[in-house]
Design a protein around this ligand. Structure first.
Ligand SMILES: CC(=O)N[C@H]1[C@@H](OP(=O)(O)OP(=O)(O)OC[C@H]2O[C@@H](n3ccc(=O)[nH]c3=O)[C@H](O)[C@@H]2O)O[C@H](CO)[C@@H](O)[C@@H]1O
Ligand SMILES: C=C(OP(=O)(O)O)C(=O)O
Length: 428
């Protein structure tokens, strides 16, 4: 277990650069096994999920090296092998090996994925898509077995019942090499989906419409990497630093941002009265004063991201009145609430069916021992700990490290007093 020790109270200033998007990276790595050549990514974040995905690749005789922010993967000697269930369970995105292995070998055996404990996370839409593409799917004791007949997979029309990032990407991975045309209706529109499609198209795939709710895929027989793929910046990491800068900053420039990916988030900060200057690929956050309470409704992209509903909470503590958050995607994403209460945060869950969270002005935060139940709950505790007087000890910090690269260095660079104590070196 890792612990973050935060000595709160310092005002932060300076510049911080955002890394590559976790939710792109964790799909691009499994997607790499579809290639018939080595592949190379840059702007790769140094996060725990990447190291666990590399362990999974190794179990299939796929070599990978990660130096600086460059990750190279050589899938040319890939073999089918049992995947390490501890690593698979350490992250959500291991489900992308279902689609990627199906695309590569026409079959896959993968344990049920792990990832953040944020309420029920079924994969019925992924399975529905695999079946439509011609696969048989069975699940026994948490292991999903996906098989195809002698003809393998074929293109199909799939209409997703729910807008799902994972099901959209998994369908792309499974169908990108399947003969015929696949059409995904009610597809998710997240920028990370465009990033995956760009990577695959640059290797010869034929995917059109990524970023809209209808994606058309013509299967191609081979995928070959010809250049390095640069991963898009992480809009969730960016949003987290925006919230932190608005809450305790005295002038912070956040660089390597695509502001268009953060429109719904920036709009809410502006509605609160935060002092923001949006440039082409960076955002400056001045010292904020007299913040107004807001109402947030979490929605699929381009709506307000569920992954940012917790990181914005500490900033809402500074607003002059009651703010309300409704998380329509994960109504039970409330692991932060009891922990923020320990720090003196006035926040409560009003209805876990509707996902209603109420946040009141909380001017006196005080350090305490808290637990990061999941990645974004942890991010909210970290920001609140930086705002609080005294020392905050955040246990299970490895959940935060799943998605925030060079965290301690970035915060220290802004003037924060934060230390990481790692009690167990194991990756998973
Ligand atoms: C690795 C990754 O990219 N993770 C992101 C991805 O997770 P993930 O891809 O798991 O989330 P989805 O977009 O699939 O989930 C959206 C909603 O659909 C439901 N659902 C999903 C699939 C399915 O087969 N059946 C079903 O009912 C989920 O329970 C949830 O309520 O999108 C989430 C929603 O933006 C983000 O919080 C996660 O950070
Ligand atoms: C929920 C998240 O991640 P994952 O889907 O990887 O668990 C997240 O990044 O906020």
């Amino acid at each position: 277990m890792s612990k973050l020790i935060v000595n709160g109270g310092n005002r932060l200033s300076g510049e911080v650069s955002i890394g590559g998007a976790k939710n792109s990276t964790v799909a691009l790595i499994p997607a790499a096994i579809l290639a018939d050549t080595p592949v190379r990514f840059d702007s790769v974040p140094d996060i725990l999920d990447v190291h666990n995905l590399m362990l999974i690749l190794k179990s299939m005789n796929v070599s990978s090296t990660f130096k600086g922010d460059v990750l190279t993967i050589d899938p040319t000697n890939i073999v089918e092998a049992p995947l390490p269930s501890k690593a698979i369970k350490s992250l959500r995105a291991s489900y992308y090996f279902m689609g990627a292995l199906l695309g590569r070998f026409q079959r896959a055996v993968v344990s049920f994925p792990g990832g953040d404990n944020i309420g029920p996370r079924p994969i019925d839409q992924h399975i529905k898509a695999f079946k439509a593409l011609g696969a048989e799917v069975s699940e026994v004791d948490g292991t999903v077995t996906i098989k195809t007949g002698p003809k393998g997979l074929h293109g199909a029309q799939i209409f997703l019942d729910i807008v799902s990032v994972g099901a959209t990407i998994n369908t792309i991975l499974a169908s990108v090499k399947a003969p015929g045309t696949t059409v995904i209706g009610n597809a998710a529109k997240e920028p990370e989906i465009i990033d995956i499609a760009t990577f695959l198209n640059n290797m010869g795939a034929n995917i059109r419409g990524a970023g809209t709710d209808v994606i058309r895929i013509e299967g191609v027989p081979t995928l070959q990497a010809k250049n390095t793929h640069t991963i898009i910046p992480d809009r969730i990491e960016a949003g987290t630093y925006l919230s932190l800068a608005a809450a305790i900053g005295d002038g912070v420039l956040i660089t390597n941002i695509i502001p268009e990916h953060l429109e719904s988030f920036v709009a809410k900060l502006e509605e609160m009265g935060c002092d923001l200057t949006v440039y082409e690929d960076s955002i400056y956050v001045g010292r904020s004063q007299h913040l107004k309470p807001i109402r947030i409704k979490v929605m699929p992209y381009p709506g307000f991201a569920t992954d940012l509903q917790q990181p914005i909470t500490p900033l809402l503590f500074k607003a002059d009145g009651r703010s309300v958050i409704i998380d329509t995607i994960y109504p039970q994403r409330i692991k932060h609430i009891s922990q923020l209460n320990k720090l003196g945060g006035r926040i409560k869950s009003k209805d876990t069916d509707e996902g209603i969270i109420v946040v009141d002005n909380s001017p006196h935060l005080k350090g305490a021992k808290v637990d990061a139940g999941e990645i974004r709950a942890g991010a909210s505790l970290l920001i609140a700990g930086l705002m609080a007087d005294g020392v905050t000890e955040i246990s299970h910090a490895e959940n935060i490290m799943r998605g925030y690269g060079s965290l301690v260095d970035k915060l220290t660079g802004l003037g924060a007093d934060v230390k990481l104590s790692v009690e167990d070196e194991e990756r998973v």
